[in-house]
Design a protein around this ligand. Structure first.
Ligand code: FPP
Length: 256
């Protein structure tokens, strides 16, 4: 799908509403997660077709371990299924898989499968899909601080740049747009550091009902926003990524 206008370089999605979707149909919550997986596949394809460079999907948070053993086990099973079944699709479409979150807290087989698929797709230059799995924004910042200390960084000289380079994916630009489905107005510990200047889009549509149409609506809404980064309106150069614009603005302000 091609849509005119500037496409956000990095989109993050809080995929919410699987449980409500299942409940509305008199089904178990797990049925909602299965339908949520299908929606995730549709949206990955739509994002790739649209020319999005990075897509971060919030699959499982550091807080989601509080759910029942059955639900946690089911979601982990879906993740495993996704990793196994999608490799061919990723290859065909030159999509690169990445992970955000603490691999040490994941079941070892899942951690190993993610690592393998990240390695198998590491050379691809198309869309980069970041699976946020055992991910928490606060946890990521704590782990970044620890990594900085381990690398011998001087805490008294710490800057935004210092911390940013120890985040889970330091080369991935900050998200331009964060989408949340199912009508909730919360960040839920998603990309806390990286979302400092992200635009938010809340959709009432439950995640399992998402198609390329909902993604398109989110991007069209994003295109109407005026991004000021705490300063004044900037004129877009008309080329380069949205995140590229941000970096230029940050560089300019650092020099003044
Ligand atoms: C939130 O809905 C959804 C989750 C915590 C799980 C998300 C998982 C998937 C969509 C499947 C795996 C996807 C991939 C790409 C591997 P909820 O259960 O909190 O919904 P509710 O608020 O209606 O109860």
């Amino acid at each position: 799908m091609t849509i005119p206008g500037q496409i956000p370089c990095h989109i993050g999605i809080i995929m919410d509403g699987n449980g409500r979707w299942a409940k509305a149909r008199g089904e178990r919550r797990t049925h909602g997660h299965l339908a949520g997986l299908q929606a995730a596949k549709r949206v990955v394809k739509a994002a790739a077709d649209m020319g999005v460079r990075y897509l971060t999907l919030y699959v499982f948070s550091t807080e989601n371990w509080k759910r029942t053993t059955e639900e946690v086990g089911y979601i982990m099973g879906l993740v495993k299924q996704y990793l196994r079944n999608e490799l061919e699709f990723y290859r065909e479409n030159k999509i690169r898989l990445r992970h955000a979150g603490d691999p040490a807290g994941l079941p070892p087989d899942i951690a190993a499968e993610i690592k393998d698929m990240c390695a198998a797709t590491g050379q691809y230059s198309g869309l980069q899909v970041v699976l946020a799995l055992n991910y928490g924004g606060r946890d990521e910042i704590i782990r970044a601080v620890k990594r900085a200390a381990e690398a011998g960084e001087d805490p008294c000289a710490a800057s935004e740049t210092t911390i940013a380079q120890y985040l889970d994916n330091p080369d991935v630009p900050d998200p331009d747009l964060i989408i949340r489905s199912a009508g909730e107005y919360r960040t839920s510990n998603f990309l806390l550091w990286e979302s400092a200047y992200s635009e938010y889009y809340i959709s009432p549509v439950l995640w399992p009902d998402w198609t390329e149409k909902e993604l398109q609506d989110a991007v069209l809404s994003f295109q109407k926003r005026e991004r000021k980064y705490g300063g004044m309106m900037q004129e877009s150069s008309g080329h380069g990524s949205v995140s590229g614009e941000y970096r230029k603005i940050k560089k300019r302000s650092a020099n003044t």
